[in-house]
Design a protein around this ligand. Structure first.
Ligand code: ARG
Length: 457
């Protein structure tokens, strides 16, 4: 390929060190798609003849179908997917094949291919997130009234419901989709025509190529067009945040499935045993998802470091973008798939949740609010309930078990209706503000989620 300039053969080790075909071959479809649009434009602009363009497009079509059916195999000796396709085309159609690279460089070609490829990958990640949102919706529907303790500092704090708890994750995942949409917007412009770095002297029509490729416009500066990888960084960042969310959800499932909590039971098909301890049932999927979060954020950091300090315009360093972003995508996709399967099939132990909620004085705030309703300033009420809690701990009682006389000995305002005030269902359902755990508020949250899911179909 470098014929003319070079007098020596390339060291064979340089060839394999330099080559990116082992990972960029996954962009073969987009590479061919981009080349077809480019060839058609060259003919429209009379830069090549329409016969040549037809031969090129037909040849590329054949290469594509031969790759899809396995008739043609990727040559791993090729430097990259761009060289491979072009060499294969020329081997098949001869002269016209040599005209395809007119008014183009691999620099703008690769920048286009990644954009087209990642654009499709984003769609797939969004589809998988939607599946998880649907699973959350179904579980929430079944547990709108399932009382569980809500935690702060991992200490029982106030009563919520299982639906309310898991719907918090639905909010995170909806924002994740928003971030992916946003990344897609800036990604979906065509750099083709930037050529090596300084554009071209040929009378090309960049806009029509962008339209043909379903892109929203063209990059406005040729040097930026070939050297920008912000869209890769943005996607890696959105993927890392998805993993952070999944890792938090995983951590909770790991805790909830422990004997200490017993809030959920993982399905046998989605847990694993121990090679030595016969009693064990381990939450391996959740742990792996939690662990792979390190790997995806590692890719983000790699990408940031590859781009840091790079002078304009194209530098070979940028070839390093692909393995990192592809690995991050593969990891997020498999994690979403496995997490959803595990989550859908886990059983919720409502009794254990209810029991834990009854144990930790989580109605203490409501008890203080009761006294406030009887005219006490909140700080005074807070202090009295604190003393009540200390008393309960001392004699091993819960709020429900205290007699009215015991209550009255702490403050005369306590009356028979205190038992209603500390009833956990009432505590939850009085929290009917927007975003609260009350059944009515939860149902509003779920309507919004259903609408979102519907709007994405
Ligand atoms: N394989 C290269 C990459 O991924 C394609 C661009 C090569 N350009 C160049 N000037 N060597 O970045």
């Amino acid at each position: 390929m470098w014929a003319g300039r070079f007098k020596k053969e390339l060291d064979s080790r340089v060839n394999s060190f330099n080559s990116s075909i082992s990972f960029d071959s996954r962009m073969y479809r987009q590479d061919i798609q981009g080349s077809m649009a480019h060839a058609a434009m060259l003919a429209r602009q009379k830069i090549i003849s329409s016969e040549d363009a037809e031969a090129i497009i037909a040849g590329l079509g054949d290469i594509l179908s031969d790759l899809e059916t396995g008739v043609l195999e990727i040559d791993h000796e090729a430097e990259d997917i761009h060289m491979f396709v072009e060499a294969e085309l020329t081997a098949r159609i001869g002269e016209p094949g040599k005209k395809l690279h007119t008014a183009r460089s691999r620099n703008d070609q690769v920048a286009l291919d990644i954009r087209l490829h990642l654009r499709e990958e984003i769609k797939e990640v969004e589809r998988l997130i939607l599946k998880l949102l649907e699973a959350i919706f179904e579980k929430a529907k079944a547990h709108v009234s399932t009382i569980m303790p809500g935690y702060t500092h991992l200490q029982r704090a106030q009563p919520v419901t299982f639906a309310h708890h898991i719907l918090a994750y639905a909010q995170m995942l909806r924002r994740d989709i928003g971030r992916l949409d946003d990344a897609k917007k800036r990604m979906n412009v065509s750099p083709l025509g930037s050529c090596a770095l300084a554009g071209t002297t040929y009378p090309i029509d960049r806009e029509s190529v962008a339209v043909e490729l379903g892109m929203d416009g063209v990059t406005e500066n040729s040097m930026d067009g070939v050297s920008d990888r912000d869209f890769v960084l943005e996607l890696a960042s959105a993927l890392s945040i998805i993993m952070v969310h999944l890792s938090r959800f995983s951590e909770e499932i790991i805790l909830w499935s422990s004997s200490e909590f017993g809030f959920v039971t993982l399905d046998d098909a989605y847990s694993t045993g121990s090679s030595i301890m016969p009693q064990k049932k381990n939450p391996d999927i959740a742990e792996l998802v939690r662990g792979k979060t390190g790997r995806v954020t590692g890719s983000l950091v790699s990408l940031l470091m590859v781009m840091k300090g790079l002078p304009l315009a194209y530098n070979k360093d940028m070839q390093e973008d692909k393995e990192a972003i592809f690995d991050a995508l593969d990891t997020v996709k498999i994690c979403l798939e496995m997490f959803t399967a595990m989550f859908e099939t886990l059983a919720v132990n409502s009794e254990a949740m209810r029991c834990a909620a009854s144990g930790g004085f989580i109605a203490a705030t409501d008890c203080a609010d009761y006294l406030v309703r009887h005219g006490l300033p909140f700080r005074d009420a807070y202090k009295i309930v604190g003393q009540l809690v200390a008393y309960c701990i001392e004699c091993g009682k819960t709020f429900e078990e205290l007699t009215l006389d015991e209550y009255k000995s702490f403050h005369p305002s306590f009356d028979g209706d205190i038992y209603d005030a500390i009833n956990l269902e009432n505590c939850v359902n009085r929290r009917d503000v927007i975003g609260g755990p009350a059944v009515a508020s939860t149902e509003a949250q779920m309507r919004s989620l259903a609408k979102f899911i519907e709007s994405r179909k």
